[in-house]
Design a protein around this ligand. Structure first.
Ligand code: SF4
Length: 149
């Protein structure tokens, strides 16, 4: 699994400071994709257990959640890194363009954002969006937390 970039983010998971890993090789090819540079598998650097562990260790106590932007196309590796994050005391989140992911992945998520990007419907803050931000344990849709009002 290759990480195109890493950022500390505040908006992607409401109420959390998140360590955000963007994974390359997205196979979905949504029309109007805002990040076509993520389509190529192998862009960025290969995630290593050591580098990932060091980042989680460094930010522990400041950040509270680990977010993967994609990566569901590498289910075993993704589950490994989600489990690792949970064991270190982090919440976990996946942003996927799919409507559903494998239950084995879901079992290790606190939150999931589902749905392909459709420009005409808008993102999570749009009333017409096809995308959902869900608390996995309760299956509650939390899109209202992204609303500006
Ligand atoms: S899921 Fe995201 S990165 Fe992948 S094609 Fe769609 S918009 Fe682009």
């Amino acid at each position: 699994m290759y990480c195109y970039d890493f950022h500390v983010v505040m908006q992607e998971v409401p109420g959390e400071i998140s360590l955000c890993f963007t994974i390359s090789g997205c196979p979905l090819r949504c029309d109007g994709c805002h990040s076509p540079f993520l389509w190529k598998e192998g862009s960025g650097s290969k995630i290593s257990e050591k580098a990932y562990g060091d980042i989680l260790h460094r930010y522990f106590g400041f950040a509270t959640c680990v977010v993967f932007m994609g990566g569901e196309w590498h289910p075993e590796e993704l589950v490994f890194y989600l489990k690792f994050a949970k064991e270190q005391g982090y919440k976990t989140c996946l942003y996927t363009g799919l409507d559903k992911v494998n239950q084995k992945i879901l079992d290790h998520l606190t939150y999931i954002k589902t749905g392909a990007w459709m420009a005409e419907l808008g993102g999570l803050s749009s009333k017409t969006t096809n995308q959902k931000f869900i608390e996995v344990k309760t299956n509650r849709v939390l899109n209202h937390l992204f609303s500006p009002h």
